[in-house]
Design a protein around this ligand. Structure first.
Ligand SMILES: Cc1cc2nc3c(=O)[nH]c(=O)nc-3n(C[C@H](O)[C@H](O)[C@H](O)COP(=O)(O)OP(=O)(O)OC[C@H]3O[C@@H](n4cnc5c(N)ncnc54)[C@H](O)[C@@H]3O)c2cc1C
Ligand code: FES
Ligand code: FES
Length: 451
């Protein structure tokens, strides 16, 4: 049994460990305004607010609603649809509730437009019918209509009585520790248990993953001590539950570690950024991960903990091979620490098939820490090898201030550093050539010995 606030009203409901928030809302609470499109966090038709932030409810396990404030399209004032109807932002209407949810969220937070443009904020809402100009015009029109307090509980209908759990499926279970010690004890006791944080990797295409429904999960999201990120004189400490959005919103992060912000803003779209964690990105161990290269370029270390003790590993040494890492089944990542240093060169570039919601075909993060007396370069590539990796030979070239006059001049060194694959997204040759170009043109704009 979980308890949460739904559209301003307290609700208690029994949930199955395999049930998504989307299923609970649509099929048992009859709140069918929230739609299902892709079931993989791409289309945004299932957007609801969780504690005031837009999330894809298809990727949220229902049990994670416990103690949270969930708001659905049913709670928004109907007048809010007006501008969308007038600008032709809706045809079949499947995407419209999600579009209105995200658009309204932006409308109520105009300060977001100081750091983001509207298209970036709306990139997590796809539409197959209209094209996007009408949608953007609709949101722009909504921005200039007066805000309505739609969250007055008295003004909303009572949530319907939940339908029983009939037919809900999973043979698995979920453990919901309130502290790190409890989580570690559970992982020690159940060696096959899977930690879950934002669920943006684990919950993708969830309805079809029957074997995953039968597993035991240790849900980390009730452990408040893992949520915050904090600063000391020497380092930025990122908690295991710190999300991309948490760092995007931190002006100090933007100033001191701009690559963290740049990479975070290119992970999925807002609905993914509000849920996905930096620790989950590391532990998912994808060679295409976008959070890992920037952390590695800043020499981040990872703090691991189990009931056997604690351990700190440089992120650079963390990966052993494709999807293999120095993380035992009973260990959790409890924090990521980034040393505070001055960099005079720093950039991150990602090439995907489009600007948002795209898996990286090839990416690179580059830093130079020059104030240390020696130039210390980090060149880190993703989607270029079985793991995110440092390009040691290229770093060596740069360390020696070797003149570089073309992308081709980097190819020999890169050949030693990376082993990209041919796959459905790109060829090996394309990846290697684009990586050389990303590094060369990035350098040419920033350092003298590259012309
Ligand atoms: C539509 C969409 C777009 C995306 N776009 C991008 C993108 O552009 N770039 C990118 O890099 N990623 C992208 N992702 C992937 C995903 O959002 C990130 O990898 C995210 O950081 C995962 O974090 P999470 O908290 O959601 O992880 P979860 O799904 O909760 O977990 C992921 C893995 O990490 C493990 N884990 C989680 N926390 C811990 C911990 N503290 N200790 C040990 N193990 C842990 C879990 O067991 C699991 O194996 C996208 C995902 C979706 C659905
Ligand atoms: S159904 Fe497409 S993002 Fe959830
Ligand atoms: S109106 Fe049909 S998907 Fe957007």
């Amino acid at each position: 049994m979980i308890e949460f606030r739904l559209n301003g009203q307290r609700i208690e409901v029994e949930v199955d460990p395999a049930e998504r928030l989307l299923d609970l809302l649509r099929y048992r609470l009859d709140l069918t305004g929230t739609k299902e499109g892709c079931a993989e966090g791409e289309c945004g038709a299932c957007t609801v607010y969780m504690d005031g932030l837009p999330v894809d409810s298809c990727l949220v396990p229902a049990y994670q609603a416990e103690g949270r404030e969930i708001t659905t399209i049913e709670a928004l004032d109907r007048d809010r649809l007006g501008p969308f109807l007038e600008t032709g932002a809706t045809q079949c209407g499947a995407c419209t509730p999600g579009v209105v949810m995200t658009g309204t969220w932006v409308r109520d937070r105009p300060e977001l437009l100081e750091t983001h443009d509207l298209r970036e904020l709306m990139a997590g809402n796809l539409c197959r019918c209209t094209g996007y100009d009408g949608i953007i015009e609709g949101v722009e029109a909504a921005l200039s209509t007066p805000a309505v307090d739609s969250h007055d509980p008295a003004a909303l209908p009572q949530p319907p009585a939940p339908l029983a759990l009939a037919g809900v499926r999973g043979a698995g279970s979920v453990l919901r520790p309130g502290s790190v010690d409890d989580a570690l004890a559970m992982l020690g006791q159940f060696p096959d248990a899977v930690p879950i944080a934002g669920g943006t990797d684990l919950m993708v295409h969830w309805p079809g993953h029957f074997e995953a429904h039968a597993r035991t999960y240790v849900d980390l999201t009730r452990i408040e001590s893992l949520r915050e990120h904090r600063w000391t004189d020497e380092q930025l400490i990122i908690g295991a539950l710190t999300t991309y959005w948490d760092l995007i919103q931190d002006e100090r992060v933007r100033r001191e570690f701009p690559l963290l912000e740049h990479a975070a803003r290119q992970v999925g779209a807002v609905q993914i950024q509000t849920r996905g964690t930096w620790a989950g990105n590391i532990a998912n161990a994808s060679p295409a991960a976008d959070g890992v290269p920037v952390l590695m370029a800043y020499d981040a270390v990872v703090d691991l903990q189990s009931s056997r003790g604690t351990e700190t590993i440089s992120l650079d040494d963390f990966y052993l091979g494709y999807k293999q890492m120095r993380l035992a089944a009973d260990q959790l990542i409890v924090g990521i620490r980034v040393p505070r240093r001055a960099y005079d060169v720093a950039w991150f570039d990602k090439v995907g098939s489009r600007a948002a919601q795209a898996i990286t075909k090839i990416g690179v993060a580059v830093t130079r820490q020059a104030a240390s007396g020696e130039d210390r370069w980090r060149v880190v590539a993703n989607s270029a090898a079985p793991t995110v990796c440092r390009c040691a030979s290229v770093e060596h070239l740069l360390q020696a201030n070797t003149p570089v006059d073309s992308p081709e001049a980097l190819m020999e060194a890169l050949g030693k550093d990376v082993t990209p694959i041919d796959d459905i997204r790109s060829t090996r040759a394309y990846r290697q050539s684009v990586l050389a170009r990303l590094i060369y043109f990035g350098l040419r704009d920033r350092v003298e010995f590259v012309s």
